[in-house]
Design a protein around this ligand. Structure first.
Ligand code: SAH
Ligand code: F3S
Length: 433
């Protein structure tokens, strides 16, 4: 009987791809097969996120839970960003953990498995050209890494300390990977990096230097590839050439993630984001003018140290101007090894909660208004998931989640769908063509 692997994934899309890489290595080289039940697992992995504080606390209680109910012989490994930043401390606080594997050391998974109490967390380790084995959780769309690490130093963010410096993956490797998934039937790729539109700044070896816009152009010539998505672009690097390519290239999905963080230029400066409120608004205007159907999503942090009522009002005002289609909003959470950790002008937690809920209710109002306009409209949907009650769901080009009654015959297919009813996060429709 083959050994069983249970793996829990927290955090961002990059972590999801790292999980696929670990599954690939462990199934191909070590004979594991995955299970959804940790109680029967021989290896339990938790792929962690450290962007905010809460998940870190949760980690140790969760590890305790695994330890209590796991098979006596089962190993537990802690992977991902919290592994990178806590390292040895994880073994001290949870001595039953067998190994700690950082977010920048995924390719060493089969190595640490055989070393007792291994801690591999080198953030300078370069695995940008590592040839991972193949595993993909969806046959319809594929995550494709285009860079590792992050070269920015946003004062609130721990990622550069857990994922290290930014290194781009050579374009020929990316193109080969996309070609491979397209040959296997995938029609949509999702390009991943912390700053995708900073692509091409640094490679680990001498390479033909192309930028993100050029990479998009090249990828879009691949026959059989129908849709290209990416996350996250950085507002600072959204030059005209990039926006023009985005708007005019029919294979690039018309949904843009523009992580704002704050609508106040003063706060943006304290965050070291590298752009102003005016630059952000200017980019949105250019995008909307060139691409009227674009949907724009964002990330916002409320109550960053020093955020005054006026600064927060600037964020609210910007939201009203832009009318984002989706907002991921967070209370500022101080993180170790970041510059902002030492800022003393913190915002009272009650104020922070009040700001977050004001922002979220405005967002819901805007969303309801935007969604109401979709009623009766027709969208081209790429179906990728079978839901309960004979529904199948997928996304429109501009990233709206849409479901229709149907069977698995629809999976991996494109259809025109007319919207017949509206929900806040998912629309329902019927196929018209
Ligand atoms: N490079 C990615 C950012 C990854 S972190 C990007 O630009 O999208 C994802 C999001 O988490 C950030 O955009 C930010 O909104 C949020 N975040 C990061 N650090 C945080 C902190 N210390 N407190 C609260 N939210 C944070
Ligand atoms: Fe973090 Fe800023 Fe990079 S948010 S991931 S340091 S772009």
């Amino acid at each position: 009987m083959s050994k069983k692997l249970f793996i829990e994934t927290l955090g961002c899309a990059m972590n999801s791809r790292d999980t696929e890489h670990m599954i690939a290595e462990l199934t191909e080289k070590e004979g594991y097969e995955t299970t959804d039940d940790f109680v029967e697992a021989d290896l339990i992995l938790i792929n962690t996120c450290s962007v905010r504080e809460r998940p870190v606390h949760k980690l140790f209680s969760e590890l305790g839970g695994f330890n209590k109910k796991k098979k006596p012989s089962a190993k537990i490994g802690v992977c991902g960003c919290t592994a990178s930043h806590l390292g040895e401390e994880i073994l001290k606080r949870a001595p039953y953990v067998s190994f700690v594997l950082g977010a920048r050391n995924v390719s060493k998974i089969t190595e640490v498995l055989h070393k007792d109490k291994a801690v591999e967390i080198d953030i300078n380790y370069d695995e940008s050209e590592f040839a991972f084995n193949d595993f993909r959780s969806s046959p319809y769309k594929a995550y494709i890494n285009i860079s590792i690490g992050c070269d920015k130093s946003c004062t609130f963010c721990i990622v550069p300390k857990t994922r290290g410096d930014e290194i781009s993956i050579p374009a020929d490797l990316i193109i080969k990977e996309v070609q491979k998934v397209v040959n296997s039937g995938v029609k949509e790729v999702f390009l991943l990096g912390q700053n995708v539109n900073n692509y091409g700044r640094r490679f680990s070896a001498e390479q033909e230097k192309i930028n993100f816009t050029q990479l998009l152009r090249r990828l879009s010539t691949i026959e059989g590839l129908e849709r290209i998505r990416f996350t996250s672009p950085h507002p600072f690097h959204m030059d005209d050439e990039f926006i023009e390519e985005f708007a005019s290239n029919p294979k690039i999905c018309k949904s843009m993630h523009m992580p704002l963080q704050s609508g106040s230029t003063k706060v943006l400066k304290e965050m070291k984001r590298g752009y102003t409120r005016e630059w952000f608004l200017n980019r949105v205007e250019k995008l909307k003018t060139m691409c009227p159907d674009v949907s724009i999503s964002t990330d916002i942090i409320v109550a960053f140290p020093g955020e005054s009522d006026e600064d927060f009002a600037d964020t609210i005002d910007l939201m009203k101007q832009v009318r984002f289609n989706q907002i991921f909003s967070f209370k500022y959470s101080p993180r170790p090894e970041t510059e902002a950790e030492s800022f003393t002008n913190t915002v009272d937690d009650e104020v922070a909660s009040q700001r977050l809920s004001q922002l979220q209710s405005l967002n819901n109002e805007i969303l309801d208004e935007l969604n109401a306009k979709s009623l009766g409209k027709v969208y081209r949907v790429y179906f990728e998931e079978l839901n309960r009650d004979y529904f199948v769901s997928g996304r429109s080009d501009n990233n709206i989640v849409i479901k229709v009654k149907g069977s698995d015959d629809l999976l991996g297919q494109f259809r025109d769908v007319k919207i017949t009813s509206i929900g806040r996060t998912i629309l329902t429709g019927e196929i018209v063509a």
